[in-house]
Design a binder for this molecule. Structure first.
Ligand SMILES: C[C@](O)(CO)[C@H](O)COP(=O)(O)OP(=O)(O)OC[C@H]1O[C@@H](n2ccc(N)nc2=O)[C@H](O)[C@@H]1O
Ligand SMILES: Nc1ncnc2c1ncn2[C@@H]1O[C@H](COP(=O)(O)OP(=O)(O)OP(=O)(O)O)[C@@H](O)[C@H]1O
Length: 273
């Protein structure tokens, strides 16, 4: 593919995240409904010796990062590239920013490594970049038919939460999966009604480590969201709304009352492939 390429790295959202078991090596088995958002980082990949420039509101959070996932992706591809990362997503926040960035680099370099998950459990899902049921450690992907449009509010308490600590704090590691097969989702209310029966099993351990997550969820519920839940291992929480205007109004209300929080509204990413 001709370089330079400038591509969106959409945020990942776990609409549900069931932890269904734990392997002997400590990794957990997951069952998750994953979607991607319009909102995300932006990665530019240009020819040149391997390098990374950081821009955007969360660049500072990665300044001390010794080995950015963008660079690790280029190395896994066995390629040199001059990479610029516009970091719009909070770091270590449960919405897959690093995996999304690495997926763009691999795609721009036309690389198809055999085991992309060595860069992160969310890498295979981010490479697919479409609504999925994600199982196994994150490498078993079942594409879903196009989903009804969802209007998403994102709320992060402004502190990073490392994924390994959250899995470590999980008390009950053997929880029921989602139903098999999944039902059809003819419209947004049907999808939301289904999601209300689902869970994020990492929510309780994440709240134990970072109690502000419960405050984010309460703030989302107080705006009248149809569903309030945490994504991934946190700390970002999301609310679902019937219209973009409602999501935007909730964003303004929560941002106004909580200046230290990161608050955003977004639709789902258009299907890419
Ligand atoms: C929780 C999710 O956000 C759900 O989408 C992802 O599975 C996490 O993906 P990620 O951030 O790319 O995770 P990785 O960097 O691969 O793993 C971080 C740590 O999370 C734990 N981990 C991750 C994935 C998994 N299936 N089981 C785990 O126990 C492991 O302790 C691992 O060392
Ligand atoms: N490009 C990158 N963007 C974000 N984090 C990166 C990047 N490169 C390396 N990292 C490291 O990876 C860690 C996890 O970051 P990331 O933002 O991907 O987590 P996350 O949002 O919790 O992802 P997930 O939902 O996949 O668990 C960070 O703490 C940071 O040290």
């Amino acid at each position: 593919m001709p370089l330079p390429r400038r591509e969106a790295a959409p945020a990942k959202l776990n609409l549900s995240l069931h932890v269904t078991g734990r392997r002997a090596d400590g990794y957990h088995l997951l069952d998750s409904l994953v979607v991607f958002l319009e909102l995300g980082d932006v990665v530019t990949v240009a020819p040149g010796p391997l390098s990374l420039s950081l821009t955007g509101p969360f660049a500072q959070g990665l300044a001390a990062e010794p080995d950015n996932l963008c660079l690790r992706a280029a190395r896994l591809a066995g390629r040199e590239a001059r990479i610029t990362l516009e970091k719009n997503l909070p770091v270590a926040s449960g919405i897959g920013g690093g995996s999304a960035d690495a997926a763009v680099v691999l795609r721009a370099l036309d690389a198809r490594p055999e085991r992309p998950e060595t860069l992160g459990a969310d890498l295979p899902a981010c490479l697919a970049g479409r609504p999925l049921r994600m199982r196994g450690l994150g490498e078993i992907l079942v594409p879903l038919p196009p989903l009804p449009q969802l209007h998403v509010l994102l709320v992060n308490p402004g502190r990073g939460l490392p994924t390994p600590a959250v899995f470590k704090a999980l008390a009950q590691r053997d929880n029921p999966p989602m139903p098999e097969p999944l039902p059809d989702f003819p419209d947004a209310p049907a999808l939301i009604a289904f999601l209300q029966e689902c869970r994020n099993d990492l929510e309780a351990p994440a709240i134990a480590l970072m109690p502000e997550i419960a405050d984010c969820l309460a703030a989302i519920r107080a705006t009248g969201a149809a569903l309030a839940r945490m994504s991934g291992s946190g700390a970002t929480c999301f609310g679902l709304f019937a219209t973009a205007a409602q999501a935007q109004a909730a964003r303004a209300r929560i941002a106004g009352a909580n200046p230290g929080w990161w608050v955003a509204a977004s639709g789902l990413a258009p299907a890419k492939h």
